[in-house]
Write a protein of this length. Structure first.
Ligand SMILES: NC(=O)c1ccc[n+]([C@@H]2O[C@H](COP(=O)([O-])OP(=O)(O)OC[C@H]3O[C@@H](n4cnc5c(N)ncnc54)[C@H](O)[C@@H]3O)[C@@H](O)[C@H]2O)c1
Ligand SMILES: Nc1ncnc2c1ncn2[C@@H]1O[C@H](COP(=O)(O)OP(=O)(O)OP(=O)(O)O)[C@@H](O)[C@H]1O
Length: 525
Protein backbone atom coordinates (compact mmCIF):
# COMPACT_ATOMS: atom_id res chain seq x y z
CA UNK A 1 0.00 0.00 0.00
CA UNK A 2 2.54 2.54 1.06
CA UNK A 3 4.91 1.34 -1.66
CA UNK A 4 2.26 2.11 -4.23
CA UNK A 5 1.86 5.62 -2.97
CA UNK A 6 5.59 5.96 -2.62
CA UNK A 7 6.00 4.89 -6.20
CA UNK A 8 3.42 7.33 -7.37
CA UNK A 9 5.27 10.15 -5.74
CA UNK A 10 8.71 9.24 -6.84
CA UNK A 11 8.10 8.40 -10.45
CA UNK A 12 9.00 11.26 -12.72
CA UNK A 13 6.15 10.59 -15.09
CA UNK A 14 3.10 8.52 -14.48
CA UNK A 15 2.65 6.58 -17.68
CA UNK A 16 -0.21 4.34 -18.60
CA UNK A 17 1.71 1.35 -17.27
CA UNK A 18 1.49 2.63 -13.70
CA UNK A 19 -2.13 3.51 -14.06
CA UNK A 20 -2.97 0.15 -15.56
CA UNK A 21 -1.19 -1.81 -12.91
CA UNK A 22 -3.07 0.15 -10.30
CA UNK A 23 -6.29 -0.47 -12.10
CA UNK A 24 -5.56 -4.17 -12.19
CA UNK A 25 -5.31 -4.16 -8.43
CA UNK A 26 -8.93 -3.22 -8.61
CA UNK A 27 -11.46 -1.19 -6.87
CA UNK A 28 -10.59 -2.32 -3.36
CA UNK A 29 -7.03 -1.33 -3.81
CA UNK A 30 -7.95 2.15 -4.86
CA UNK A 31 -10.51 2.56 -2.13
CA UNK A 32 -7.99 1.61 0.48
CA UNK A 33 -5.44 3.89 -1.10
CA UNK A 34 -7.74 6.86 -0.91
CA UNK A 35 -9.18 6.00 2.45
CA UNK A 36 -6.04 5.07 4.25
CA UNK A 37 -5.07 7.98 6.39
CA UNK A 38 -2.05 6.13 7.57
CA UNK A 39 -0.80 5.28 4.11
CA UNK A 40 -0.94 8.84 2.97
CA UNK A 41 0.75 10.03 6.09
CA UNK A 42 3.50 7.52 5.49
CA UNK A 43 3.89 8.78 2.00
CA UNK A 44 4.88 12.19 3.24
CA UNK A 45 6.88 10.99 6.15
CA UNK A 46 9.03 9.04 3.72
CA UNK A 47 9.86 12.17 1.72
CA UNK A 48 13.02 14.07 2.28
CA UNK A 49 12.23 17.73 2.75
CA UNK A 50 13.18 18.55 -0.84
CA UNK A 51 11.14 15.72 -2.24
CA UNK A 52 7.95 16.75 -0.53
CA UNK A 53 7.52 19.82 -2.68
CA UNK A 54 4.37 21.13 -4.23
CA UNK A 55 5.42 19.48 -7.47
CA UNK A 56 4.98 16.16 -5.74
CA UNK A 57 1.55 17.15 -4.66
CA UNK A 58 0.65 17.95 -8.23
CA UNK A 59 2.15 14.72 -9.48
CA UNK A 60 0.17 12.79 -6.92
CA UNK A 61 -2.99 14.53 -7.97
CA UNK A 62 -2.25 13.81 -11.65
CA UNK A 63 -1.66 10.18 -10.86
CA UNK A 64 -4.94 9.83 -9.05
CA UNK A 65 -6.74 11.31 -12.02
CA UNK A 66 -5.02 8.85 -14.35
CA UNK A 67 -6.09 6.04 -12.09
CA UNK A 68 -9.62 7.37 -12.05
CA UNK A 69 -9.68 7.29 -15.84
CA UNK A 70 -8.36 3.75 -15.93
CA UNK A 71 -11.06 2.65 -13.51
CA UNK A 72 -13.90 4.10 -15.55
CA UNK A 73 -16.85 1.84 -15.01
CA UNK A 74 -16.13 1.14 -11.36
CA UNK A 75 -18.48 3.87 -10.26
CA UNK A 76 -17.62 4.14 -6.63
CA UNK A 77 -13.90 3.92 -7.26
CA UNK A 78 -14.11 6.59 -9.91
CA UNK A 79 -16.01 8.98 -7.70
CA UNK A 80 -13.56 8.40 -4.92
CA UNK A 81 -10.56 9.02 -7.12
CA UNK A 82 -12.12 12.14 -8.56
CA UNK A 83 -12.84 13.43 -5.11
CA UNK A 84 -9.23 12.81 -4.19
CA UNK A 85 -7.91 14.44 -7.32
CA UNK A 86 -10.15 17.45 -6.97
CA UNK A 87 -9.20 17.88 -3.34
CA UNK A 88 -5.52 17.62 -4.11
CA UNK A 89 -5.98 20.17 -6.84
CA UNK A 90 -7.87 22.53 -4.55
CA UNK A 91 -5.33 22.07 -1.84
CA UNK A 92 -2.49 22.78 -4.17
CA UNK A 93 -4.13 25.99 -5.38
CA UNK A 94 -4.57 27.08 -1.78
CA UNK A 95 -0.96 26.42 -0.98
CA UNK A 96 0.32 28.03 -4.11
CA UNK A 97 -1.61 31.19 -3.36
CA UNK A 98 0.37 31.39 -0.13
CA UNK A 99 3.98 32.32 -0.46
CA UNK A 100 5.43 29.51 -2.56
CA UNK A 101 8.95 30.80 -2.35
CA UNK A 102 8.81 30.89 1.40
CA UNK A 103 7.55 27.34 1.47
CA UNK A 104 10.45 26.14 -0.65
CA UNK A 105 12.89 27.93 1.57
CA UNK A 106 11.43 26.25 4.62
CA UNK A 107 11.62 22.89 2.95
CA UNK A 108 15.21 23.26 1.84
CA UNK A 109 16.17 24.35 5.35
CA UNK A 110 14.34 21.31 6.68
CA UNK A 111 12.29 23.43 9.05
CA UNK A 112 9.16 21.44 9.96
CA UNK A 113 8.90 20.40 6.33
CA UNK A 114 7.73 16.86 6.95
CA UNK A 115 5.43 18.00 9.64
CA UNK A 116 3.67 20.66 7.60
CA UNK A 117 3.29 18.41 4.58
CA UNK A 118 2.14 15.43 6.56
CA UNK A 119 -0.38 17.60 8.33
CA UNK A 120 -1.73 18.73 5.03
CA UNK A 121 -2.01 15.20 3.70
CA UNK A 122 -3.41 13.94 6.97
CA UNK A 123 -6.23 16.37 6.73
CA UNK A 124 -6.94 15.42 3.16
CA UNK A 125 -6.74 11.74 3.82
CA UNK A 126 -9.19 12.04 6.69
CA UNK A 127 -12.00 13.39 4.68
CA UNK A 128 -12.08 12.47 1.01
CA UNK A 129 -15.59 11.08 1.27
CA UNK A 130 -16.78 13.98 3.34
CA UNK A 131 -15.28 16.35 0.83
CA UNK A 132 -16.95 14.52 -2.03
CA UNK A 133 -20.29 14.71 -0.25
CA UNK A 134 -19.91 18.39 0.47
CA UNK A 135 -19.15 19.10 -3.15
CA UNK A 136 -21.61 16.74 -4.74
CA UNK A 137 -24.35 19.32 -4.40
CA UNK A 138 -22.22 21.70 -6.46
CA UNK A 139 -21.26 18.93 -8.86
CA UNK A 140 -17.78 17.50 -8.53
CA UNK A 141 -17.11 17.94 -12.24
CA UNK A 142 -17.87 21.60 -12.03
CA UNK A 143 -14.46 23.01 -11.35
CA UNK A 144 -14.93 26.06 -13.51
CA UNK A 145 -12.72 26.14 -16.55
CA UNK A 146 -11.03 29.31 -15.39
CA UNK A 147 -9.77 27.59 -12.26
CA UNK A 148 -8.69 24.49 -14.10
CA UNK A 149 -6.71 26.62 -16.49
CA UNK A 150 -5.07 28.54 -13.71
CA UNK A 151 -4.07 25.37 -11.96
CA UNK A 152 -3.27 23.20 -14.89
CA UNK A 153 -1.10 20.84 -12.88
CA UNK A 154 2.32 19.69 -13.89
CA UNK A 155 3.42 19.33 -17.48
CA UNK A 156 5.71 16.32 -17.38
CA UNK A 157 6.93 17.05 -20.90
CA UNK A 158 8.22 20.57 -20.26
CA UNK A 159 8.78 19.94 -16.57
CA UNK A 160 6.89 23.16 -15.78
CA UNK A 161 3.72 24.07 -13.97
CA UNK A 162 0.82 24.50 -16.35
CA UNK A 163 -0.46 28.01 -15.92
CA UNK A 164 -2.88 30.17 -17.81
CA UNK A 165 -0.80 32.49 -19.98
CA UNK A 166 -1.15 36.13 -19.05
CA UNK A 167 -1.68 38.75 -21.72
CA UNK A 168 -2.54 42.37 -22.21
CA UNK A 169 -4.75 44.11 -24.72
CA UNK A 170 -3.88 47.38 -26.39
CA UNK A 171 -5.56 49.45 -29.03
CA UNK A 172 -4.02 50.92 -32.12
CA UNK A 173 -5.47 54.34 -31.52
CA UNK A 174 -3.56 57.49 -30.94
CA UNK A 175 -3.83 59.28 -27.64
CA UNK A 176 -4.15 58.06 -24.08
CA UNK A 177 -7.68 59.34 -23.67
CA UNK A 178 -8.96 57.05 -26.42
CA UNK A 179 -7.09 54.08 -25.06
CA UNK A 180 -8.47 54.71 -21.61
CA UNK A 181 -11.97 54.86 -23.02
CA UNK A 182 -11.54 51.48 -24.72
CA UNK A 183 -10.18 49.98 -21.51
CA UNK A 184 -13.31 51.06 -19.71
CA UNK A 185 -15.39 49.24 -22.31
CA UNK A 186 -13.35 46.05 -22.58
CA UNK A 187 -11.98 44.50 -19.44
CA UNK A 188 -9.56 41.61 -19.36
CA UNK A 189 -9.18 41.09 -15.66
CA UNK A 190 -7.59 37.73 -14.78
CA UNK A 191 -7.41 36.76 -18.41
CA UNK A 192 -11.15 36.91 -18.99
CA UNK A 193 -12.21 39.30 -21.76
CA UNK A 194 -15.58 40.92 -21.26
CA UNK A 195 -17.27 44.00 -22.66
CA UNK A 196 -19.33 46.55 -20.82
CA UNK A 197 -20.54 48.37 -23.93
CA UNK A 198 -20.71 47.31 -27.53
CA UNK A 199 -22.13 50.32 -29.35
CA UNK A 200 -23.68 53.59 -28.32
CA UNK A 201 -26.51 53.08 -25.90
CA UNK A 202 -29.62 55.21 -25.80
CA UNK A 203 -28.31 58.72 -25.42
CA UNK A 204 -30.13 61.45 -23.59
CA UNK A 205 -29.34 65.15 -23.91
CA UNK A 206 -29.90 67.37 -20.88
CA UNK A 207 -29.38 71.12 -21.09
CA UNK A 208 -27.10 72.52 -18.41
CA UNK A 209 -28.01 76.06 -19.35
CA UNK A 210 -31.00 77.27 -21.34
CA UNK A 211 -30.64 77.25 -25.13
CA UNK A 212 -30.62 80.82 -26.44
CA UNK A 213 -30.01 80.62 -30.16
CA UNK A 214 -31.79 78.54 -32.76
CA UNK A 215 -30.96 78.07 -36.45
CA UNK A 216 -33.88 77.16 -38.73
CA UNK A 217 -33.09 75.51 -42.08
CA UNK A 218 -35.98 75.12 -44.50
CA UNK A 219 -36.66 73.27 -47.74
CA UNK A 220 -36.89 75.83 -50.58
CA UNK A 221 -39.85 76.35 -52.91
CA UNK A 222 -42.46 74.95 -50.55
CA UNK A 223 -45.46 77.04 -49.56
CA UNK A 224 -46.31 74.91 -46.53
CA UNK A 225 -42.74 75.17 -45.26
CA UNK A 226 -42.77 78.93 -45.78
CA UNK A 227 -46.03 79.35 -43.88
CA UNK A 228 -44.76 77.19 -41.04
CA UNK A 229 -41.43 78.98 -40.80
CA UNK A 230 -43.13 82.38 -40.43
CA UNK A 231 -45.26 81.07 -37.58
CA UNK A 232 -42.40 79.24 -35.87
CA UNK A 233 -40.00 82.19 -35.99
CA UNK A 234 -42.61 84.47 -34.47
CA UNK A 235 -43.48 82.01 -31.69
CA UNK A 236 -39.86 81.24 -30.80
CA UNK A 237 -39.09 84.95 -30.54
CA UNK A 238 -42.18 86.18 -28.70
CA UNK A 239 -42.87 83.16 -26.47
CA UNK A 240 -39.38 81.84 -25.91
CA UNK A 241 -37.25 84.95 -26.34
CA UNK A 242 -34.73 83.14 -28.54
CA UNK A 243 -32.20 84.51 -31.02
CA UNK A 244 -32.97 83.14 -34.45
CA UNK A 245 -30.73 82.47 -37.41
CA UNK A 246 -32.06 81.59 -40.85
CA UNK A 247 -30.54 81.30 -44.33
CA UNK A 248 -30.20 84.57 -46.30
CA UNK A 249 -33.00 83.41 -48.67
CA UNK A 250 -35.34 82.81 -45.72
CA UNK A 251 -34.55 86.15 -44.11
CA UNK A 252 -35.62 87.83 -47.35
CA UNK A 253 -38.83 85.82 -47.37
CA UNK A 254 -39.58 86.79 -43.78
CA UNK A 255 -38.88 90.44 -44.38
CA UNK A 256 -41.17 90.36 -47.37
CA UNK A 257 -43.89 89.16 -44.99
CA UNK A 258 -43.26 91.85 -42.40
CA UNK A 259 -40.49 94.25 -41.45
CA UNK A 260 -41.01 93.15 -37.83
CA UNK A 261 -38.81 90.14 -38.65
CA UNK A 262 -35.72 92.30 -38.75
CA UNK A 263 -34.51 90.68 -35.49
CA UNK A 264 -33.76 87.53 -37.49
CA UNK A 265 -30.06 86.98 -38.08
CA UNK A 266 -28.25 85.41 -41.02
CA UNK A 267 -24.75 85.17 -42.53
CA UNK A 268 -23.00 86.65 -45.51
CA UNK A 269 -20.21 84.25 -46.40
CA UNK A 270 -18.73 80.81 -45.83
CA UNK A 271 -16.50 82.06 -43.04
CA UNK A 272 -19.55 83.05 -41.02
CA UNK A 273 -21.12 79.66 -41.74
CA UNK A 274 -17.99 77.95 -40.42
CA UNK A 275 -18.48 79.78 -37.11
CA UNK A 276 -22.18 78.99 -36.74
CA UNK A 277 -21.58 76.02 -34.45
CA UNK A 278 -20.10 78.39 -31.88
CA UNK A 279 -23.32 80.44 -31.77
CA UNK A 280 -26.18 78.02 -32.39
CA UNK A 281 -27.59 75.86 -29.57
CA UNK A 282 -30.25 74.05 -31.55
CA UNK A 283 -30.87 73.44 -35.24
CA UNK A 284 -34.42 73.00 -36.54
CA UNK A 285 -35.10 71.61 -40.02
CA UNK A 286 -38.37 71.97 -41.89
CA UNK A 287 -38.48 69.61 -44.86
CA UNK A 288 -37.64 66.00 -45.61
CA UNK A 289 -34.50 63.90 -45.19
CA UNK A 290 -32.83 66.02 -47.87
CA UNK A 291 -33.15 69.09 -45.66
CA UNK A 292 -31.49 67.26 -42.77
CA UNK A 293 -28.66 66.30 -45.16
CA UNK A 294 -28.41 69.88 -46.33
CA UNK A 295 -28.31 71.25 -42.78
CA UNK A 296 -25.66 68.72 -41.73
CA UNK A 297 -23.53 69.55 -44.77
CA UNK A 298 -23.29 73.17 -43.63
CA UNK A 299 -21.26 72.02 -40.63
CA UNK A 300 -17.76 70.81 -41.52
CA UNK A 301 -17.01 70.19 -37.86
CA UNK A 302 -19.24 69.94 -34.77
CA UNK A 303 -22.99 70.07 -35.42
CA UNK A 304 -25.58 71.41 -32.95
CA UNK A 305 -28.37 68.96 -32.03
CA UNK A 306 -31.02 68.84 -34.79
CA UNK A 307 -34.79 68.77 -34.33
CA UNK A 308 -36.08 67.60 -37.72
CA UNK A 309 -39.74 68.34 -38.62
CA UNK A 310 -41.24 66.26 -41.35
CA UNK A 311 -42.47 68.28 -44.35
CA UNK A 312 -41.65 65.74 -47.03
CA UNK A 313 -43.00 62.41 -48.18
CA UNK A 314 -40.38 60.04 -46.63
CA UNK A 315 -39.13 60.71 -43.13
CA UNK A 316 -36.31 58.43 -42.03
CA UNK A 317 -34.54 61.18 -40.17
CA UNK A 318 -37.52 63.48 -39.54
CA UNK A 319 -39.63 62.00 -36.73
CA UNK A 320 -41.47 65.18 -35.66
CA UNK A 321 -44.80 66.29 -37.06
CA UNK A 322 -45.08 69.96 -37.84
CA UNK A 323 -48.68 70.18 -36.60
CA UNK A 324 -47.52 69.79 -32.98
CA UNK A 325 -44.37 71.84 -33.33
CA UNK A 326 -45.02 74.00 -30.25
CA UNK A 327 -45.43 71.11 -27.84
CA UNK A 328 -42.47 69.40 -29.35
CA UNK A 329 -40.18 72.44 -29.14
CA UNK A 330 -41.35 73.15 -25.58
CA UNK A 331 -40.23 69.66 -24.60
CA UNK A 332 -36.94 69.89 -26.48
CA UNK A 333 -36.03 73.30 -25.05
CA UNK A 334 -36.78 72.01 -21.57
CA UNK A 335 -35.01 68.64 -22.05
CA UNK A 336 -33.89 66.02 -21.45
CA UNK A 337 -34.33 64.53 -24.93
CA UNK A 338 -33.39 61.22 -26.49
CA UNK A 339 -31.08 61.57 -29.44
CA UNK A 340 -29.79 59.37 -32.23
CA UNK A 341 -26.08 59.88 -32.72
CA UNK A 342 -25.55 59.52 -36.46
CA UNK A 343 -22.01 58.91 -37.64
CA UNK A 344 -20.67 60.73 -40.67
CA UNK A 345 -17.95 59.80 -43.15
CA UNK A 346 -15.13 62.15 -44.06
CA UNK A 347 -13.91 61.91 -47.62
CA UNK A 348 -10.82 63.26 -49.37
CA UNK A 349 -10.00 63.10 -53.03
CA UNK A 350 -6.32 62.55 -53.74
CA UNK A 351 -5.41 63.50 -57.25
CA UNK A 352 -2.80 61.57 -59.15
CA UNK A 353 -1.33 64.84 -60.27
CA UNK A 354 -0.92 66.02 -56.66
CA UNK A 355 2.74 66.45 -55.80
CA UNK A 356 2.40 64.85 -52.36
CA UNK A 357 -0.17 62.70 -50.63
CA UNK A 358 -1.25 65.50 -48.31
CA UNK A 359 -2.28 67.70 -51.21
CA UNK A 360 -5.96 66.90 -51.08
CA UNK A 361 -9.11 68.79 -51.95
CA UNK A 362 -11.52 70.07 -49.33
CA UNK A 363 -12.68 67.36 -46.93
CA UNK A 364 -16.30 66.41 -47.55
CA UNK A 365 -18.51 65.12 -44.76
CA UNK A 366 -21.47 62.92 -45.59
CA UNK A 367 -24.36 61.82 -43.43
CA UNK A 368 -25.76 59.29 -45.92
CA UNK A 369 -23.09 58.13 -48.34
CA UNK A 370 -20.39 58.86 -50.85
CA UNK A 371 -21.05 57.29 -54.25
CA UNK A 372 -18.52 56.54 -56.98
CA UNK A 373 -20.28 55.75 -60.23
CA UNK A 374 -19.79 55.71 -63.97
CA UNK A 375 -21.54 59.04 -64.48
CA UNK A 376 -22.44 59.57 -68.16
CA UNK A 377 -19.92 56.97 -69.31
CA UNK A 378 -21.44 53.90 -70.90
CA UNK A 379 -18.45 51.73 -69.84
CA UNK A 380 -18.27 49.68 -66.66
CA UNK A 381 -16.55 51.47 -63.83
CA UNK A 382 -13.40 49.77 -62.73
CA UNK A 383 -12.60 50.66 -59.12
CA UNK A 384 -9.78 49.19 -57.05
CA UNK A 385 -10.77 49.11 -53.39
CA UNK A 386 -8.47 48.90 -50.39
CA UNK A 387 -9.30 48.70 -46.70
CA UNK A 388 -6.48 49.89 -44.45
CA UNK A 389 -4.13 49.19 -47.37
CA UNK A 390 -5.33 45.60 -47.80
CA UNK A 391 -6.76 44.95 -51.24
CA UNK A 392 -10.51 44.31 -50.93
CA UNK A 393 -11.73 43.86 -54.48
CA UNK A 394 -12.09 45.46 -57.86
CA UNK A 395 -15.60 46.75 -58.52
CA UNK A 396 -16.70 46.28 -62.10
CA UNK A 397 -20.21 47.54 -62.55
CA UNK A 398 -22.08 50.83 -62.26
CA UNK A 399 -20.21 51.90 -59.15
CA UNK A 400 -19.82 51.65 -55.41
CA UNK A 401 -21.57 53.21 -52.42
CA UNK A 402 -19.73 53.81 -49.14
CA UNK A 403 -22.54 54.48 -46.74
CA UNK A 404 -23.05 55.33 -43.11
CA UNK A 405 -25.55 53.28 -41.18
CA UNK A 406 -27.94 56.28 -41.31
CA UNK A 407 -27.62 56.13 -45.09
CA UNK A 408 -28.30 52.39 -45.11
CA UNK A 409 -32.01 53.07 -45.76
CA UNK A 410 -31.25 55.38 -48.69
CA UNK A 411 -29.26 54.67 -51.88
CA UNK A 412 -27.40 51.71 -50.37
CA UNK A 413 -30.72 49.99 -49.66
CA UNK A 414 -31.81 50.49 -53.27
CA UNK A 415 -28.52 48.86 -54.37
CA UNK A 416 -29.13 45.77 -52.20
CA UNK A 417 -27.37 46.75 -48.97
CA UNK A 418 -28.68 45.84 -45.52
CA UNK A 419 -30.70 48.20 -43.40
CA UNK A 420 -28.67 48.94 -40.28
CA UNK A 421 -29.67 50.73 -37.09
CA UNK A 422 -28.16 54.23 -37.31
CA UNK A 423 -26.28 53.91 -34.03
CA UNK A 424 -24.36 50.84 -35.18
CA UNK A 425 -20.93 52.16 -36.04
CA UNK A 426 -19.79 50.87 -39.41
CA UNK A 427 -19.20 51.60 -43.08
CA UNK A 428 -21.40 49.88 -45.64
CA UNK A 429 -19.59 48.78 -48.78
CA UNK A 430 -22.34 48.32 -51.37
CA UNK A 431 -21.71 47.77 -55.09
CA UNK A 432 -24.09 49.27 -57.66
CA UNK A 433 -25.09 46.71 -60.28
CA UNK A 434 -21.85 44.70 -60.09
CA UNK A 435 -21.24 42.57 -63.16
CA UNK A 436 -20.58 39.49 -61.05
CA UNK A 437 -22.68 36.75 -59.55
CA UNK A 438 -20.81 36.71 -56.28
CA UNK A 439 -20.41 40.32 -55.18
CA UNK A 440 -22.34 40.66 -51.92
CA UNK A 441 -22.42 43.93 -49.94
CA UNK A 442 -20.12 44.20 -46.92
CA UNK A 443 -20.29 46.08 -43.64
CA UNK A 444 -16.87 47.18 -42.43
CA UNK A 445 -15.96 48.24 -38.89
CA UNK A 446 -15.95 51.93 -38.06
CA UNK A 447 -12.20 52.28 -37.59
CA UNK A 448 -11.11 51.35 -41.11
CA UNK A 449 -9.99 53.67 -43.89
CA UNK A 450 -11.31 52.76 -47.30
CA UNK A 451 -9.50 53.86 -50.47
CA UNK A 452 -11.15 53.62 -53.86
CA UNK A 453 -8.85 54.19 -56.79
CA UNK A 454 -9.48 54.52 -60.51
CA UNK A 455 -6.80 52.29 -62.05
CA UNK A 456 -4.38 53.81 -64.55
CA UNK A 457 -5.60 51.45 -67.24
CA UNK A 458 -9.28 52.29 -66.68
CA UNK A 459 -11.26 52.85 -69.90
CA UNK A 460 -13.15 55.74 -68.35
CA UNK A 461 -13.13 58.17 -65.47
CA UNK A 462 -15.52 57.83 -62.51
CA UNK A 463 -17.73 60.32 -60.71
CA UNK A 464 -18.04 60.83 -57.02
CA UNK A 465 -20.98 62.47 -55.23
CA UNK A 466 -21.54 63.33 -51.59
CA UNK A 467 -25.05 62.74 -50.20
CA UNK A 468 -26.20 62.92 -53.81
CA UNK A 469 -24.57 66.30 -54.39
CA UNK A 470 -21.31 68.05 -55.36
CA UNK A 471 -20.34 65.69 -58.17
CA UNK A 472 -16.64 65.54 -58.95
CA UNK A 473 -14.75 63.63 -61.59
CA UNK A 474 -12.12 61.04 -60.71
CA UNK A 475 -9.54 60.54 -63.46
CA UNK A 476 -7.36 57.47 -63.84
CA UNK A 477 -4.95 57.37 -60.89
CA UNK A 478 -7.18 59.53 -58.66
CA UNK A 479 -8.39 58.07 -55.37
CA UNK A 480 -11.12 58.70 -52.85
CA UNK A 481 -10.14 58.08 -49.23
CA UNK A 482 -12.94 57.64 -46.74
CA UNK A 483 -13.09 57.08 -42.97
CA UNK A 484 -15.39 57.76 -40.04
CA UNK A 485 -15.57 61.46 -39.16
CA UNK A 486 -15.12 62.59 -35.55
CA UNK A 487 -18.19 64.85 -35.75
CA UNK A 488 -21.48 62.97 -35.70
CA UNK A 489 -24.91 64.47 -36.21
CA UNK A 490 -27.29 64.19 -33.27
CA UNK A 491 -30.96 64.18 -34.18
CA UNK A 492 -33.69 64.42 -31.56
CA UNK A 493 -35.90 61.34 -31.27
CA UNK A 494 -39.66 61.25 -31.10
CA UNK A 495 -39.48 58.28 -28.68
CA UNK A 496 -35.95 56.84 -28.71
CA UNK A 497 -33.56 55.77 -31.44
CA UNK A 498 -34.61 52.13 -31.87
CA UNK A 499 -38.31 52.88 -31.72
CA UNK A 500 -37.87 55.74 -34.20
CA UNK A 501 -35.78 53.57 -36.55
CA UNK A 502 -38.33 50.76 -36.58
CA UNK A 503 -41.17 53.20 -37.09
CA UNK A 504 -39.35 54.75 -40.04
CA UNK A 505 -38.82 51.44 -41.83
CA UNK A 506 -42.39 50.36 -41.17
CA UNK A 507 -44.02 53.64 -42.15
CA UNK A 508 -41.52 54.73 -44.80
CA UNK A 509 -40.88 51.42 -46.56
CA UNK A 510 -43.75 49.21 -45.36
CA UNK A 511 -41.03 46.80 -44.37
CA UNK A 512 -42.14 43.18 -44.32
CA UNK A 513 -45.76 44.10 -44.68
CA UNK A 514 -47.75 41.00 -45.39
CA UNK A 515 -51.30 39.92 -44.75
CA UNK A 516 -51.39 37.78 -41.63
CA UNK A 517 -52.11 34.13 -42.37
CA UNK A 518 -55.52 33.07 -41.13
CA UNK A 519 -55.78 30.46 -38.38
CA UNK A 520 -58.20 28.63 -40.62
CA UNK A 521 -56.20 25.83 -42.22
CA UNK A 522 -53.86 22.86 -41.68
CA UNK A 523 -51.97 22.74 -38.36
CA UNK A 524 -49.25 20.69 -36.74
CA UNK A 525 -50.86 17.79 -34.97
N1 LIG B 1 -31.77 54.86 -56.20
C1 LIG B 1 -31.88 55.50 -55.05
O1 LIG B 1 -32.52 55.07 -54.10
C2 LIG B 1 -31.16 56.79 -54.90
C3 LIG B 1 -30.52 57.37 -55.98
C4 LIG B 1 -29.85 58.56 -55.77
C5 LIG B 1 -29.84 59.16 -54.50
N2 LIG B 1 -30.50 58.57 -53.49
C6 LIG B 1 -30.47 59.10 -52.14
O2 LIG B 1 -30.89 60.42 -52.08
C7 LIG B 1 -30.12 61.04 -51.10
C8 LIG B 1 -30.22 62.50 -51.23
O3 LIG B 1 -31.49 62.85 -50.77
P1 LIG B 1 -32.18 64.17 -51.24
O4 LIG B 1 -33.42 64.34 -50.48
O5 LIG B 1 -31.18 65.26 -51.25
O6 LIG B 1 -32.47 63.82 -52.71
P2 LIG B 1 -33.87 63.55 -53.37
O7 LIG B 1 -34.73 64.75 -53.27
O8 LIG B 1 -33.60 63.01 -54.74
O9 LIG B 1 -34.53 62.44 -52.43
C9 LIG B 1 -34.07 61.15 -52.41
C10 LIG B 1 -34.98 60.32 -51.54
O10 LIG B 1 -34.17 59.63 -50.63
C11 LIG B 1 -34.73 59.75 -49.33
N3 LIG B 1 -33.68 59.71 -48.34
C12 LIG B 1 -32.68 60.57 -48.13
N4 LIG B 1 -31.94 60.18 -47.09
C13 LIG B 1 -32.50 59.04 -46.63
C14 LIG B 1 -32.19 58.16 -45.58
N5 LIG B 1 -31.15 58.35 -44.80
N6 LIG B 1 -32.96 57.08 -45.39
C15 LIG B 1 -34.02 56.85 -46.19
N7 LIG B 1 -34.35 57.65 -47.21
C16 LIG B 1 -33.60 58.73 -47.42
C17 LIG B 1 -35.38 61.11 -49.34
O11 LIG B 1 -36.37 61.14 -48.34
C18 LIG B 1 -35.93 61.14 -50.71
O12 LIG B 1 -37.20 60.54 -50.77
C19 LIG B 1 -28.75 60.50 -51.32
O13 LIG B 1 -27.94 60.63 -50.18
C20 LIG B 1 -29.06 59.09 -51.68
O14 LIG B 1 -28.99 58.26 -50.56
C21 LIG B 1 -31.16 57.40 -53.66
N1 LIG C 1 -32.13 74.70 -47.17
C1 LIG C 1 -31.94 74.14 -48.35
N2 LIG C 1 -31.26 74.78 -49.33
C2 LIG C 1 -31.09 74.22 -50.53
N3 LIG C 1 -31.54 73.03 -50.86
C3 LIG C 1 -32.22 72.34 -49.94
C4 LIG C 1 -32.44 72.87 -48.64
N4 LIG C 1 -33.16 71.96 -47.94
C5 LIG C 1 -33.34 70.91 -48.75
N5 LIG C 1 -32.78 71.15 -49.95
C6 LIG C 1 -32.81 70.24 -51.08
O1 LIG C 1 -34.15 70.10 -51.50
C7 LIG C 1 -34.33 68.78 -51.95
C8 LIG C 1 -35.60 68.22 -51.36
O2 LIG C 1 -35.50 68.28 -49.96
P1 LIG C 1 -36.22 67.23 -49.03
O3 LIG C 1 -35.74 65.91 -49.33
O4 LIG C 1 -36.04 67.73 -47.66
O5 LIG C 1 -37.72 67.38 -49.42
P2 LIG C 1 -38.61 66.38 -50.19
O6 LIG C 1 -37.97 66.02 -51.48
O7 LIG C 1 -39.94 67.01 -50.27
O8 LIG C 1 -38.63 65.20 -49.19
P3 LIG C 1 -39.05 63.73 -49.57
O9 LIG C 1 -38.03 63.25 -50.52
O10 LIG C 1 -39.03 63.04 -48.26
O11 LIG C 1 -40.40 63.81 -50.17
C9 LIG C 1 -33.10 68.00 -51.55
O12 LIG C 1 -32.36 67.73 -52.70
C10 LIG C 1 -32.34 68.89 -50.65
O13 LIG C 1 -30.94 68.82 -50.87
Amino acid sequence: MSSTTYKLNHTDSFGNGDAKSLAENGFNHLTSLAQSEKAVQELLLQQTPMQATDDHLIEFSEALRTVAKALRGAAEGKALAQAEAAEWKRRYELERSKNVELQHKELSNGVCANESNSQRIEHLAKSPRLYAQENSSNGMERICSHEVLQDGGFNSFTNKLKRKASFKLSWGCKGMANDQHKKEIVSFERGNISTAERSSKQISLTWESDPQTVLIITKPNSTSVRVLSVDMVRWLRTQKGLNIYVEPRVKEELLSESSSFNFVQTWEDDKEISLLHTKVDLLITLGGDGTVLWAASMFKGPVPPIVPFSMGSLGFMTPFHSEQYRDCLEAVLKGPISITLRHRLQCHIIRDKATNEYETEETMLVLNEVTIDRGISSYLTNLECYCDNSFVTCVQGDGLILSTTSGSTAYSLAAGGSMVHPQVPGILFTPICPHSLSFRPLILPEHVTVRVQVPFNSRSSAWVSFDGKDRKQLEAGDALVCSMAPWPVSTACQVESTNDFLRSIHDGLHWNLRKTQSADGPRDT
